[in-house]
Every structure is written in structure tokens, then in C-alpha cells.
Design a protein around this ligand. Sequence first.
Ligand SMILES: [Zn+2]
Length: 167
Amino acid sequence: MLLLNNNKYKIGDRVRCPFCLKTDTRVLDSRLTAIQDSIRRRRECPDCSKRFTTYERIEDTNVSVVKKNNVIEQFDRQKLITGMLKACEKRPVKRDKIEQAVDEIESELRKSGKTEITSRKLGEMVIDKLLLLDQVAYLRFASVYKRFTDINQFAKEVNKLKNRRLG
Ligand SMILES: [Zn+2]
């Protein structure tokens, strides 16, 4: 999968074949992704005949993230993906699912119309998504994020999970 913003394969409006590096690729099929903020294009290189998929994102999410020490950072999609991938290490979670979860977070942020979010709130959004993807990944992320200081806090969180499953 290629992401077309800030991508070395994009030259102006043209997309470079990731196999042979020729620039005249042909679009076979275009469609909106499930949450409709990216366009998925199936492409074929007329030169080497290899096929590949690109995702064109409509715009970057223009939200400032206010950290605990009041430092403000630009929302960084890649940072969220990296954090979630780390939490999902060696777990049966596909990268696509993580990308999709981050798409959903971005969509929620856009819909909210907010220009600022605290890192705490953003972390909670990630935690909610991880809970749906994988419980071990959820606990890993939550234990770092909520800075569990002892085993009791960890046990409490595990119990919350159990109750959720029953409830
Ligand atoms: Zn090619």
C-alpha cells in the first residue's frame, strides 16, 4: 500500500511504479474507503504490468495536540500508527485494521470541528480503538499511557475488561 501524501512515489499528479519506477501508471479502479476520506486506486504499470494499490488522502487532519507540559504539537497520524503498532506487536492484528482505526480517529476529530485536543483525550481515543482490536494490545497501551504504578492498578484494568465482556 502506498500513501500518496508525502510519498516518494508521487511526482506531481503522476504516480511512480514501485517496481520499475516508471511514471505512467494506469488507474484500473477507484473507490472511496469505508469512511470516505481516502480514495483507493488500483493501478497497473503499462511497462512492467505489475499491479499495486494507492490510497489518496483528502487532507491532513489539522488539529493541534496539547501535551501535558502544555507543549503543542501538530496532529501526527504516523505517530499514532507507530504507537498502536508497538502495542500490537506479536498480536494477531493486521496493519490495515490499525490504519482503519486511525482513519476513524481522524474522522471523529474532523467531524468534531475542534482545532485542539489534549494528548490525554487523544490517548483515550486510541485506547478505545485498541479495546475493539485486541485486549492484550489494549492492556499494553493502557499500562504505559495510564502509567500503572503497581500491579493493583493493572488488575483493576483486567477486571474492567472481564466485566465488559460479561456485560
Ligand atoms: Zn512498472
